[in-house]
Design a binder for this molecule. Structure first.
Ligand code: 5FX
Length: 536
């Protein structure tokens, strides 16, 4: 047997089985990225005929991905690593990330197939027959409205479901997907020995056995009690019979679930003592990749949608907004996630109304208008909004006296859209218990200094900026190091200690107390106007 790599030479591998690709990031013990790679499903595995990694079904609601494609992608990725000479024999631990909510249905005999993998053949060839369902429902599926309504009825209403599981019943959440399969395809359900998440399934492929679901990705199922970190009996009960046995155990996210399979060692040159750390969901892994290590650290990702997620100690799960998951790096804490659909496209529309229609003009408008916009408040809704649920697109403007306004001048619209987006974020984050102590701003708009200034003053906390490409795969690599370090030291070592060597993000803005006071005063008015817009 090869010698254990010294701690200095040890490497940590993170995989990310996302919607469109399987990605890999390899880091060294100094947390530097040493290799990256990816298999893109549509281009590299065209035989599965996916578009964006998925199949959209004619009903317009059902969206699935072929489970065998994820297996084939791992074969291909491992072959490429071999060909490119990745130093697999120095990998001390591997962890991973999976798109959240997707489920993999394994039939009786799957476990024996995983345990008995033969080194002379690839995974695809040996595992083609293990699925009770070839097409896995994924997070883009919205076909389970009926099952969601039934869950909320059975568990005492939307708020009761949120109170226990961290989110009201959502169509894409795995429990509701399972309920639909049980109802519509009872034969599939009966033939199923194990229902895995995408994350725990890919972990199974590396460990050569069923891998447990971790409590952080497990929080995206509407089946787990997020406080007890256990399956919730009533939530299982209204989903399908014999479900606990089919789901298997839940484990803390930093758990070492075992060494890699003999198959991975013999065929791909991994060390037999390379450890597999429980895989988790992509959003939990991104939280790790962005190194949100303390309660109150939040990330604001400004993209097509604006997504906020962060660590918190005292969550207030809500039926009307956001999700609460168990935190993947702080076992006692939680993470919250809130998605605002009207992000960059909405900002771009308002930008186009500025003279010249450029970002420079938008920035000039922000600089030339005062915090609070002289009392003017606008709601700019390009697409039906998720948080808050404003379904009717349009611009809703109010003057300082709360009267409906037909129009603002273009500069007031520029300030109006940015202030409105971040006041909404502050309001809805607070509603679920997320109060930031620091913000990491990422995504396109984080390059705009005047936008960052408004984020900073609305929340009243320092803002850091930085891009972290492939944050889920990188987060998985950090979590591999974290789980391995905890195991090595025989105690829980904080994630903050483990990632202390990573280069800091750039501190981009400090709050201006006077501007922050303006926004704090504005917030109750904003909330009241939002209620008016919601009431139509
Ligand atoms: C989270 O709840 C989601 O549905 C998505 O962000 C998926 O995790 C994407 F993979």
């Amino acid at each position: 047997m090869r010698n254990t790599p010294s701690d200095r030479d040890a490497l940590f591998l993170g995989l990310d089985s996302s919607t469109q690709a399987l990605k890999a990031t390899l880091i060294d013990a100094e947390l530097r990225v040493v290799r990256e790679g990816a298999v893109r499903f549509d281009d590299d595995l065209p035989e599965f005929r996916t578009e964006g990694g998925a199949h959209r079904h004619p009903d317009g609601l059902t969206v699935t991905s072929p489970a065998l494609m994820w297996v084939a992608a791992l074969d291909l990725l491992l072959e490429r690593m071999k060909r490119e000479g990745w130093p697999r024999d120095r990998v001390a631990a591997v962890s991973g990330s999976g798109q959240q909510h997707g489920s993999v249905w394994l039939r009786r005999g799957a476990r024996a197939a995983l345990r008995g993998l033969r080194a002379e053949r690839g995974l695809r060839e040996q595992l083609a027959g293990v699925f009770a369902l070839e097409d896995s429902p994924i997070w883009m599926d919205s076909s389970t409205g009926r099952q969601c309504a039934a869950r909320e009825r059975a568990m005492g209403g939307a708020q009761a479901v949120a109170g226990v599981t961290g989110s009201r019943a959502y169509e894409r959440f795995t429990g509701n997907q399972i309920a639909r399969i049980f109802e519509e395809r009872p034969g599939v359900y009966a033939a199923t020995d194990r229902i895995a998440l995408v994350s725990s399934f890919v972990a199974s492929l590396l460990a050569g056995d069923y891998a447990p679901i971790d409590v952080s990705d497990g929080s995206g199922m509407n089946l787990m009690d997020i406080r007890a970190r256990k399956w919730h009996p009533a939530a299982l009960e209204c989903t399908g019979p014999g479900l606990e046995r089919r789901l298997g155990p839940l484990v803390p996210s930093h758990t070492v679930i075992g060494p890699v399979s003999p198959w991975l060692a013999a065929r791909h040159g991994f060390r037999p003592d390379c450890q597999v750390v429980a895989f988790s969901g992509d959003n939990p892994n991104s939280l790790a990749g962005l190194r949100l290590r303390h309660t109150g650290d939040i990330a604001v990702s400004m993209g097509t949608s604006d997504t906020v997620f962060g660590s918190l100690a005292d969550p207030k799960p809500s039926a009307s907004e956001g999700h609460i998951f168990v935190n993947p790096v702080e076992p006692e804490a939680y993470m919250a996630m809130v998605v605002h659909k009207n992000g960059s496209l909405t900002r771009e529309q308002v930008r186009d109304r500025q003279p010249g229609g450029s970002w420079e003009a938008f920035e000039t408008a922000l600089r030339g208008t005062p915090p609070g916009n002289e009392g003017r408040i606008g709601f700019y809704i390009t697409e039906p909004e998720i948080t808050p649920p404003i379904m009717r697109p349009g611009d809703y403007r109010f003057d300082a006296a709360g009267r409906t306004a037909e129009a603002f001048d273009p500069a007031a619209d520029a300030r109006g859209v940015v202030e409105s987006q971040f006041l909404s974020m502050r309001l809805h984050c607070a509603n679920i218990g997320l109060t930031p102590k620091s913000i990491l701003a990422t995504g396109g708009a984080s390059a705009n200094a005047s936008v960052v200034r408004i984020v900073c003053d609305v929340f009243g906390v320092p803002v850091f900026v930085g891009e972290q490409p492939n944050s889920a795969a990188l987060g998985a690599a950090y979590r591999a190091l974290h789980g391995w370090t905890c195991r090595r030291q025989g105690r829980f070592v904080t994630f903050a200690e483990v990632v202390a060597k990573a280069p800091p993000f750039r501190r981009a803005a400090e709050p201006d107390p006077a501007a922050h006071a303006v926004y704090t005063q504005m917030l109750p008015r904003y909330a009241a106007l939002e209620r008016r817009v919601l009431a139509g």
